[in-house]
Design a protein around this ligand. Structure first.
Ligand SMILES: [Zn+2]
Length: 425
């Protein structure tokens, strides 16, 4: 299958076109490459961008969008989210994961990093819809004496890896995950890092999301959450650390040294009153920072345009310095850095030989006219409702309001049905 995306605007190229053969980009430039093509799409008035990466989410939490608002964090978790999660079923996670994927594709997201439960259902949803994903089964552990080789959650993580890592032509990757320091004992952390290293898996962890978490770890172990994992497992495999709001200078140096990627979730951190991550310092240190939405319960949308915009303006305001967090860096965080964090070579850029993960953004939309610079337009003017097309591995999954890889009307029906029955058990 050969597709030509013709008459587009492309950052670094200007007016040009992009050609795709099967799953790869074979041309980006100003002239029109030789055909024939199976399909030519006239992108006039549109901007082609690399597809966006959502590097921290809990996809099935679309079930809990709007469920428990404006509550203190502990009460939000203990009185609303944890009891609601006790009611999860395979069916609910499958449908809610599909729903999350529908939202992400519509918002120009081509890949997501997921930490949750019933993860085989999220894998199934990702395989069927055609999106990319790094999916992990979240591990918590509270018994310092247990034999973690016998732990059912860890066994589930391994089984998931053995069955699905590399599935869908490499679209699906299975990571390991430790929920956080305050939900894990040192022994389980060390064991899971050993497993991940032996298997060649990556790791996802919540790190220093709240001041309380960070301080209590210092009281309990005498070290920060990041250093806790360094001492119990060695950060020996590629780690995506979500939040990192309260990390200190030594943590940042350790992240750089160990190649830890950070998932910055500005909307969730503000909505849950967690604070503001030190993004400008992290960028200065050369840490690989990406963007995430977190779950829909704490956001409420899965929208990386929104995170990118907020990241760009938030730190300017907090630091009272407009030269902070420039637009080009924000776009790189949302694309190339995300691909790097997920361990995906040849992804996250529009270049010959890269995977064809491409989105088309409407520059004629009322909020984008006029524009003087494509990067500034993408970060400061555009929003997710301007996405006209989302392509993953050369396959168009969403175009002009239509989903091409699954039956959205059926999914709407299923999601309504699951939500209506959810709390009635
Ligand atoms: Zn999270």
């Amino acid at each position: 299958m050969k597709i030509l995306l013709d008459n587009a605007q492309i950052i670094g190229v200007g007016a040009g076109c992009l050609a795709v053969e099967n799953e790869s980009i074979i041309y980006v430039g100003n002239s029109r490459p030789e055909g024939p093509f199976d399909r030519v799409i006239d992108c006039r008035g549109g901007l082609l961008l690399p597809g966006l990466y959502n590097c921290h989410t809990h996809a099935a939490m679309t079930l809990f969008r709007g469920y428990g608002e404006d509550l203190p964090l502990q009460s939000w978790l203990n009185d609303r989210i944890f009891p609601a999660e006790d009611l999860l079923t395979d069916e609910a996670v499958y449908v809610a994961s599909q729903w999350a994927i529908a939202e992400m594709l519509r918002n120009g997201i081509v890949s997501f990093t997921d930490m949750y439960m019933f993860s085989h259902q999220t894998v199934k949803a990702a395989l069927e819809t055609g999106i990319k994903a790094n999916i992990s089964r979240c591990v918590v552990s509270f018994d310092p004496d247990a034999d973690y080789a016998l732990d059912s959650r860890i066994a589930e993580s391994k089984a998931l890896f053995n069955e699905f890592h590399g599935a869908g032509g490499g679209r699906i990757k299975i990571d390991m995950s430790l929920h956080a320091e305050y939900t894990n004992v040192p022994k389980a952390s060390a064991y899971l890092f050993d497993c991940a290293a032996a298997m060649g898996a990556q790791m996802q962890i919540h790190i220093s999301e709240t001041e309380r978490e960070h301080k209590e770890c210092l009281e309990r172990h005498g070290v920060t959450p990041l250093r806790f994992f360094y001492e119990n497992g060695g950060l020996s495999v590629p780690v995506t650390a979500a939040h990192c709001v309260w990390v200190d200078d030594a943590d940042m140096a350790l992240m750089k040294e160990c190649g830890v990627s950070v998932a910055h979730n500005p909307v969730s951190n503000l909505k849950l009153g967690s604070g503001v991550m030190r993004l400008p310092e992290m960028l200065k240190q050369g840490i690989n920072v990406t963007l995430g939405s977190d779950g829909a319960a704490s956001n409420n949308t899965l929208d990386i345009f929104k995170e990118m915009y907020l990241a760009a303006i938030l730190h300017k305001g907090v630091c009272r310095d407009t030269t902070n967090t420039p637009a080009g860096d924000m776009l790189k965080m949302a694309t190339e850095n995300g691909a790097m964090a997920q361990g995906r070579a040849h992804c996250g850029r529009l270049a010959e030989g890269c995977r064809a993960d491409v989105i088309l953004v409407d520059l004629n939309a009322v909020n984008n006219v006029p524009y003087y610079d494509l990067t500034y337009a993408a970060v400061y003017s555009a929003n997710s409702s301007n996405v006209r097309m989302t392509m993953v591995d050369g396959r168009i999954l969403y175009e002009n309001g239509e989903y091409l890889s699954f039956d959205f009307e059926q999914l709407q029906h299923d999601m309504r049905d699951v939500c209506a029955r959810y709390f009635q058990k």
